[in-house]
Design a protein around this ligand. Structure first.
Ligand SMILES: *[C@@H]1O[C@H](CO)[C@@H](O)[C@H](O)[C@H]1NC(C)=O
Ligand SMILES: *[C@@H]1O[C@H](CO)[C@@H](O)[C@H](O)[C@H]1NC(C)=O
Ligand SMILES: *[C@@H]1O[C@H](CO)[C@@H](O)[C@H](O)[C@H]1NC(C)=O
Ligand SMILES: *[C@@H]1O[C@H](CO)[C@@H](O)[C@H](O)[C@H]1NC(C)=O
Ligand SMILES: *[C@@H]1O[C@H](CO)[C@@H](O)[C@H](O)[C@H]1NC(C)=O
Length: 376
């Protein structure tokens, strides 16, 4: 508890250190007024069995909606964009008024044969549009003016047609008109909704119905991706359904559970010269990741690990730091103070990670500050 209090204090200090505090406070209020305070919880994996191949799946006619979703031009996009972009809502539950937002980018070349890839950011609570599309693998990145875009040389749409889905409802632009949906969301309902999204999306974009399909994501998508794959394979057995041609899944920095991700962090810190041999050894001698880490010796070594590492973006350790507010256009530097908080492993401050999500969303409006929210 004391550690938690210290961290909250640190968080507040860092928060206040930045300039434009008033703007931040107002944005923070705006976000708080719009988003759920209760983020989706990890269900037990076994709960997935509540999804049945025989369950009814909501499917609505989608005629004409593909054309309606076509993006002529994103604000601030550079000249010479040679691929098609779409964005819009797919209703997954008309009674509740629940709809998921997607941004879809086709390949400039070979779009009609390249695979279809779904990208899911984690969190839970991270926006696939704000992070995945605009700061990670999308076709554009945001210039430091916060208004214009530049092309991302490493965009995945060079080799695939990529759907960035905001999931579950309550994340990014996805919403529900039934507020209790935000409180009741969990892994099972997320998999179910994402499956319903796909079935309807494929009606809207029927040319993709038989295309090779991959589920990809990071962090908490360590839950979303395999659980969606399970749901698809289950439903594919039902002859009344569109068969989704699922070929594979891929997850970066996968959060499956605390006791596998935590040792992974410390191995990574050590193998990338951010931690000493002594600290690494101490952690693996005194911390019991499987059954909790409540010993003082363990906690001391964990503090050492973070002190040795210093203020660095652990998700992008070779990038230049860019705390300077006068950032250059097309810069790809990394911002770190928040990272110190965000990359703390879940087991260490379990509740804090979730309550930080609105703070993270706030920072996502200022793209130069932070480029992801990889908090498992
Ligand atoms: C498929 O649809 C038919 C007709 O609506 C129905 O009788 C049958 O039970 C359905 N099959 C499954 C596996 O849901
Ligand atoms: C999944 O969604 C369908 C409607 O599309 C619903 O009937 C079913 O109860 C849901 N299943 C679970 C486990 O949430
Ligand atoms: C498009 O497909 C052709 C034929 O398979 C291939 O030669 C070419 O390299 C592909 N282009 C890209 C950008 O992958
Ligand atoms: C970034 O580039 C855009 C487009 O070239 C330009 O309009 C904008 O003024 C530049 N911003 C900065 C901070 O240099
Ligand atoms: C964790 O606790 C379980 C049950 O108490 C025990 O069987 C297991 O050996 C423990 N694991 C470690 C690494 O101590």
């Amino acid at each position: 508890m004391e550690k938690l209090a210290n961290l909250v204090m640190l968080c507040l200090l860092i928060f206040c250190k930045f300039s434009n505090a008033n703007q931040e406070i107002y944005l923070h209020r705006l976000f708080k007024s719009r988003i759920s305070q209760n983020f989706p919880v990890s269900d037990y994996w076994e709960n997935l069995h509540e999804i049945r191949e025989s369950s009814r799946v909501y499917a609505a006619p989608q005629d004409g909606l593909m054309q309606a979703d076509k993006i002529e031009k994103l604000p601030g996009q550079p000249d010479g964009v040679d691929f098609d972009q779409y964005a819009g809502y797919v209703t997954v539950d008309p009674q509740a008024g629940r709809a998921l937002f997607y941004y879809f980018v086709e390949s400039p070349e070979n779009s009609s044969t390249n695979p279809l890839v779904l990208w899911l950011n984690g969190g839970p609570g991270c926006s696939s549009f704000g992070y995945g599309a605009m700061e990670e693998l999308g076709p554009f990145r945001v210039n430091s003016d916060g208004r214009t875009l530049f092309r991302n040389n490493y965009a995945w749409n060079k080799v695939a047609n990529v759907i960035f889905l905001e999931s579950p409802a309550g994340v990014g632009f996805s919403y529900s008109n039934t507020p209790s949906d935000y409180y009741n969301a969990g892994d099972t309902s997320t998999a179910n909704d994402t499956y319903t999204f796909l079935i309807n999306w494929l009606e809207r974009f029927p040319q993709y119905k038989t295309r090779n399909f991959y589920i990809t994501g990071e962090s908490y998508a360590g839950h979303y991706a395999p659980q969606l794959a399970y749901t698809i394979l289950l439903n594919n057995k039902n002859p009344n359904r569109t068969v989704i041609n699922l070929k594979g899944i891929s997850i970066g920095n996968a959060y499956i559970d605390d006791w596998t991700i935590s040792p992974g962090y410390y191995d990574y810190f050590w193998s990338h010269a951010m931690n000493s041999d002594e600290t690494h050894k101490g952690i693996f001698t005194f911390c019991n990741f499987e059954n909790g880490t409540e010993s003082d010796k363990c906690n001391n070594f964990i503090h050492k690990a973070y002190n040795e590492m210093g203020v660095i973006d652990t998700s992008n350790i070779y990038a230049p730091q860019c705390q300077n507010p006068v950032l250059k256009n097309e810069s790809s530097g990394s911002v770190s103070p928040f990272y110190l908080l965000l990359t703390l492993p879940d087991f260490f401050f379990p509740s804090l990670c979730y309550s930080l999500i609105d703070l993270i969303r706030l920072t996502s409006l200022i793209p130069a500050w932070i480029h992801t929210c990889n908090i498992t």
